[in-house]
Write a new protein. Structure first.
Length: 333
């Protein structure tokens, strides 16, 4: 990416964002400005960059991943033809060593420096399609409703052990709320089905993903969202690492000899979904059931074997997506 001369770092918050541009690859030549986090602010950023002589052709942009707060900026900068990288804050912090002090201006400058230092290894951000964004938002809403419903039901169950009369009153009062949540959940399911069925690519990926033993509808949709329709991760190991199902060695000399463990930096939500998929696959897939029983009989930890099954599911999935075909169970004698 040697075409870039200028490097823009953006630190985003809810109401505004700080921008620092490093001009002519000179860390000492860094200029700061702050803008409101709306369309006018983004237009102001574009005008300010032009004043500094930084155009979309020679300026590389880097932002921290901040969820919804950065969506507007990313959307318009992409429409303005800027090349963008969206990185985890922890990755940026660790790459630039020991730092002292912190404020929005300093953070933006550090992001700009990170962009300049790592531009050759940077992965350009590819915005998900509108349909994938809809799925992600619906899944997020679904999760909140499921948690709310479970909390209400659990509260009544616990009350029954201490005060039956109060428990019955609570159950009666929240009955309409539970019914309303159930109706909303059904509506969300219908919307998700509609989006999948009306989009050719999503429908194809969804059918391939759910053809694999143990992987259900919700997990398939999470995978589609987190991998941006399987365009982000080029190998099964990359996806398995992201999902936190690959154990890593932890040794040093003769004194440090820990067992291989999965890394804590993983997508916990996807890891949890794959865990449930593995448990289901062990029950429904003869090949994986035989594998699980054999390894447990050999003395392997059950949790270790389940993690191996999760890893196998990821490899099966990536192979099917790569070859564009449905998964076929092996016939086990």
């Amino acid at each position: 990416m040697g075409k870039f001369k200028h490097f823009l770092g953006i630190d985003v918050s809810k109401e505004y964002f700080d921008a620092v541009v490093i001009l002519d690859e000179n860390k000492q030549n860094a200029i700061h400005n702050q803008f409101i986090n709306d369309y006018k602010g983004i237009q102001g950023l574009r005008k300010w960059l032009k004043e500094q002589g930084a155009t979309c052709e020679d300026t590389f942009v880097c932002l921290e991943h901040t969820g919804m707060y950065g969506k507007l900026i990313i959307k318009y900068l992409i429409s303005f033809k800027f090349d963008i990288s969206v990185e985890m804050s922890l990755k940026i912090i660790r790459s630039i060593g020991v730092q002292r002090g912190k404020n929005d201006k300093v953070d933006a400058e550090r992001i700009a420096y990170y962009a300049m230092k790592n531009v050759d290894e940077a992965v350009l951000y590819k915005a998900p399609r509108k349909e994938v964004d809809k799925i992600r938002n619906l899944l997020s809403l679904r999760e909140k409703l499921v948690v709310t419903k479970a909390s209400l039901l659990r509260n009544v169950k616990e009350l029954k052990s201490f005060d039956l009369e109060v428990a019955k009153l609570s159950e009666k009062l929240q009955n309409n709320t539970i019914k309303g949540i159930d109706l909303d959940l059904k509506s969300i399911e219908k919307q998700l089905d509609k989006i999948i069925n009306e989009d050719e690519n999503l429908s194809k990926i969804f059918k391939i993903t759910t053809s694999i033993s143990g992987i259900g509808k919700v997990t398939a949709l999470f995978l589609i969202c987190f991998t941006n329709e399987f365009t982000i991760y080029s190998t099964p190991r990359q996806l398995a690492c992201y999902a936190g199902v690959v154990p890593f060695e932890h040794t040093s000399g003769k004194s440090v000899r820990s067992k291989p463990k999965v890394h804590y930096m993983a997508n916990k939500k996807l890891k949890k979904q794959l865990h449930m998929c593995a448990l289901s696959a062990i029950t429904s897939d003869p090949e994986l059931r035989i594998y699980y029983n054999r390894k447990v009989e050999e003395g392997k930890s059950k949790m270790l074997v389940i993690n191996n099954v999760r890893n196998k599911l990821v490899h099966r999935l990536c192979a099917c997506i790569r070859e564009n075909k449905m998964f076929e169970k092996k016939q086990v004698a």
